[in-house]
Design a protein around this ligand. Structure first.
Ligand SMILES: [Ca+2]
Ligand SMILES: [Ca+2]
Ligand SMILES: [Ca+2]
Length: 366
């Protein structure tokens, strides 16, 4: 009986103290964060940290977030939404403790988003620090299209010693769309292409036989090098079937010309051609085995010991067999090239198009 009496007294004391403001908690919004590149029509988020400065524990805590017009709410756990108002129930907070709440939304028709937050608690006795508002710029969704050029060179024969042979044409286009909400704001960012990777293939030795690999801007997009067209880079393959890294352009949204570039890659062939690292044996049987071993499904992977045995057999046979007697000397070598990777400076850029983009395969007689 006595204990009940004390508890009742405590409850009444708390109610009286809270009502008079003599003792209670002080919840506040202490910090916030948001994803730095908010894009239109994509999920974005604001987070706020709510802290209890005490001296008493805080309960009955709720957080209200008001989103701007043109933003679509995305439901979050522990929150309810009505129109553009989100209300979240937060856990009780002991003195000195804090909790973080994230509000998700999709900006549909707004270029500058202001989100207003307000925290409330039945124990709070200091409303001065309960509100905060934060601004964020919304950016267009950048889209980069990568595709083969309209005059991408076809498979053909070439001769030793030929220079500036077109082998690959491809086009990069900034296809970002700008809804009317961006008409009056300076948020039309370019697409910066950081790096483009080109990969060589074929039976010829790309490092020894290609004395220059040139990247031109094919201004008239005709698949040939014309007078006045800009030479961007000259490179050589470090190894056979190697990869080259090209510096990419920045594609600005200001005009159709600045939005698009068409590149042409050309080869200079050496005066003699040589076999690449893939010998005739490996190029034939070995490649088939490699493909079986690496590309096979789970069933093939379970048979990997058998695959290794076959590879060893092939390699042993290859080592013991005189090429002159078992394999006819190849009369020509091939040189292929493709765009394998296009890297932009932001993970938020969308890449359209299908990679790899294959150019011509040159066949060069010995
Ligand atoms: Ca407060
Ligand atoms: Ca090669
Ligand atoms: Ca041209």
């Amino acid at each position: 009986m006595r204990r009940i009496h004390v508890n009742r007294l405590g409850v009444w004391a708390a109610v009286i103290l809270s009502a008079t403001g003599l003792a209670a908690a002080d919840v506040r919004i202490s910090s916030y964060g948001y994803n730095t590149s908010m894009t239109v029509n994509a999920p974005n988020q604001f987070s706020v940290t709510v802290e209890n400065l005490g001296p008493d524990p805080a309960s009955g805590i709720s957080l209200k977030a008001t989103l701007p017009d043109g933003a679509e709410l995305v439901p979050s756990a522990g929150c309810t939404a009505a129109a553009n108002l989100v209300t979240c129930t937060l856990p009780n907070l002991a003195t000195g403790r804090s909790t973080r709440q994230t509000v998700h939304f999709i900006p549909r028709n707004v270029a500058k988003a202001r989100v207003e937050f307000e925290v409330q608690s039945s124990d709070d006795n200091n409303p001065a620090n309960n509100s905060a508002g934060y601004d964020a710029n919304i950016f267009p969704q950048n889209v980069l299209e990568v595709r083969a050029g309209s005059a991408n060179p076809a498979l053909r024969e070439a001769s030793k010693g030929q220079k500036n042979l077109p082998v690959l044409q491809f086009t990069l286009t900034n296809k970002t769309e700008f809804p009317a909400i961006f008409d009056d704001v300076d948020q039309k960012t370019p697409v910066h292409v950081n790096r483009i990777f080109l990969k060589a293939s074929g039976t010829g030795h790309d490092a020894k036989d290609l004395t220059a690999v040139r990247l031109y801007e094919d201004a008239n997009a005709n698949g040939r090098v014309d007078a006045g067209e800009r030479l961007v880079q000259t490179l050589v393959f470090p190894i056979d079937d190697g990869t080259l890294m090209l510096e990419g352009p920045s594609l600005y949204p200001d005009s159709p010309e600045s939005r698009q570039v068409t590149y042409l890659v050309t080869y200079d062939l050496d005066d003699q051609v040589r076999p690449g690292t893939l010998g005739a044996l490996v190029a034939g049987m070995g490649l088939g085995l490699l493909a079986l071993g690496f590309l096979g499904g789970p069933a093939q992977r379970r048979r990997r010991p058998l695959w290794w045995l076959m590879v060893l057999t092939v390699l042993t046979l290859g080592a013991c067999t005189q090429p002159a007697t078992s394999q006819p000397e190849p009369t020509a070598f091939t040189y292929g090239l493709r765009v394998t990777v296009v890297e932009t400076d932001s993970a938020f850029n969308l890449l359209e198009g299908t990679l790899p983009i294959s150019g011509a395969t040159l066949t060069v007689a010995r």
